[in-house]
Design a protein around this ligand. Structure first.
Ligand SMILES: [Zn+2]
Length: 254
């Protein structure tokens, strides 16, 4: 198997994206069926692929590489928000490929993607120092980003600052519900130690149940939404969702 970095080195980005599209379309056909549904790429499959940091069976969408959290977010945006219904200015941090492709084509969205390093994002932006004026966006999406950020409080302040009053953000992080308090230690810096303590080599903390408090401390009104548990069991299984995942829906009132 050719390593991804080698492909990126050999081919310009646009060709790499087209190769990836071609590969995903081929794989979608290979696994097509009617038992499982991906609300990210809107396709049906006979099975999902195995994957995840800890290998899990029947998890990754063959058509777009979505995992459980991506599919839950897609359903949530569709059914619980105005995301697909109104003209909105959206900032998406660390854009997932399947979302960026779909959202950038929606005519009502003024969609901007950003990342500190990914070449797939439109703009290179540091989430701790966001180069937009106050109250610039109706919606912010940030899915598993803050656990990588050294000063997450500064990042949260910035996200709150650039959100318009009345706007909302979905700010998902990996979280250990058995922890009262977020576990972080600036002395833990090596990739091996970070993987051991925080669950992944490039994570700088493990959030606990105080994640909501941290968001509220910068001004957000936070709804910890157990939307997935309102869905019926057949839907949860059809989309292969994680029943334990909560959506952190963060509003800016003023
Ligand atoms: Zn998919």
């Amino acid at each position: 198997m050719i390593h991804t970095k080698v492909v990126k080195f050999l081919f310009p980005e646009i060709i790499h994206s087209r190769l990836r599209d071609f590969y995903l379309q081929f794989r979608a056909k290979l696994y097509s069926g009617d038992q499982f549904f991906c609300p990210c790429c809107l396709r049906y499959f006979r099975i999902f692929l195995s994957g995840g940091t800890i290998q899990r069976h029947n998890i990754i969408c063959p058509g777009c590489n979505s995992a459980e959290r991506h599919r839950l977010l897609a359903l949530y945006l569709e059914n619980q928000t105005n995301f697909f219904e109104q003209q909105l200015k959206v900032l998406h941090f660390a854009p997932e490929y399947m979302f960026q492709k779909r959202f950038s084509m929606l005519p009502d969205l003024d969609y901007i993607s950003a990342d500190i390093q990914s070449q797939y994002a439109q703009y290179k932006i540091d989430i701790m120092n966001i180069p937009y004026e106050d109250s610039s966006f109706d919606v912010i999406l940030s899915n598993h980003v803050l656990e990588h950020v050294l000063d997450d409080k500064q990042a949260m302040r910035e996200l709150f600052r650039i959100l318009k009053p009345g706007g909302w953000a979905i700010l998902q992080v990996p979280l250990d519900p058995t922890l009262d308090k977020t576990y972080e230690d600036p002395n833990i810096v090596s990739p091996e130690d970070r993987a051991l303590h925080f669950g992944q080599w490039d994570h700088v903390r493990m959030y606990g149940r105080d994640y909501k408090d941290r968001l509220e401390a910068v001004g957000f009104m936070v709804k910890v939404d157990g939307y997935v548990r309102q869905l019926d069991r057949a839907m949860i299984e059809k989309c292969r969702l994680d029943k334990a995942e909560d959506i952190y829906y963060c509003s800016k009132i003023n």
